[in-house]
Design a protein around this ligand. Sequence first.
Ligand code: FES
Ligand SMILES: [Fe+2]
Length: 439
Amino acid sequence: MASLRSSLHMLACRRATSVRIFSTVDRRFTTADRSFATADRRNTTADRRFTTANRRFTKTVTDEVLRFSLDTPVQEALTPPSSWYKETGIHDLEARTVWRNNWVAVGRTDQVSTPGAFFTGTIGREPFIVSTDRSNTLRAFYNVCCHHGSIVELQEAGQANQFVCCYHGWTYGLDGRLTKPTKMRGIKNFTAGRNGLKPIAVRTWGPLVFLRMAGYPDADDFDQKVLPLMLELEEMGFISGMRHICRRQYQLNCNWKLIVDNASDGGYHLEYVHRDLSSNLDLSTFRTEVGDLYNMQVCIGKADGENTPKRQRVGAKAVYSCIYPNLLVNRYGPWLDINIVLPLGPDRSLMIYDFYLKESFADAMSEIELANFIEQSLADSDQVQREDTRVCEGVQRGMESTAFDVGRYAPGPEMPVHAFHLQLARDLREGLESTHSTN
Ligand code: FES
Ligand SMILES: [Fe+2]
């Protein structure tokens, strides 16, 4: 009996202790709750501060965008302020406007010429896949899995029957449909048919594939707008009769616009930056044409009967062109070199070079002659690019300095770069309007 009483006493003591522990824990919970509430209130204050900062930030972006005039003629115009080339706010605005609302060149048609062929890439923060499906239809999708958002296809290019997400194996057809969501037994309110890779508008022009993140435009006037350029290029060989030789990539420590600016200065920098190249061109013949969506700069080459490989490379005529926003198409001598420019950040860019050689030119050479010619030409192109990289990165460093804010245009040669900035400014202003209307 005594032992029963002592056991009950021990039990009661344990209960009392556990009640005390519970109460303490409870109190701690209540205290923790109170801290949460305080933290929450602080969060709300922080949120308010963030919103205010955001509004101020938007105002700054707006101010900076509006500093570039749409109406001032090139003779009086100031260039866009340096903020356009370094500020995250402008970079983000471009992501929502320039890189969404325009046809953006991303790759070559010959990369996706057979069913199952695909390539991947990224425009800013938007990963994409371009592929040809079983019925030979060109398709493009966000390369983002609808399960947990992983990148689906990790390879840069290849041949596939389907796309299998690298994370948990969800499988998509070449047409983007979700065909196999793995281990989903028991899930409710989920229909595979309503899920899939999100489509992106896709089209081709010449040997190139373009994407438009904002979808197909109501009326697509792209072909019409670039028609004069297409005619000029096609006369020299553009869509057919060209053989793809190789791809080269360059990363530059500068804003993507500096690359387009540099390619749109009407030959202004040629004699100062590319002495070797310009010695093979008759710069007095340089002429420039500016369209709504492109600029074209044409120069006669010094090639004659006694051609060195350098002269042969440039040939009798050179066409350097830019198509808004990110495509440079250069057609000279037997060469077509196409450069796709993509932003990697406010002050970093990627240039993808694709080199094509005229079939008939290549066929007329022996194998060894051709190999030597290609090697020499590619070395010359690399030299030109390194010279351009030096000046573009040099401008970026100057833009980062407090010493530079806005510049001026040389009205003759720099008309195309002014036209590029006008187009850009229109896009950015449109983006501001939609930001304000959604706020
Ligand atoms: S994130 Fe793609 S299968 Fe899970
Ligand atoms: Fe250049």
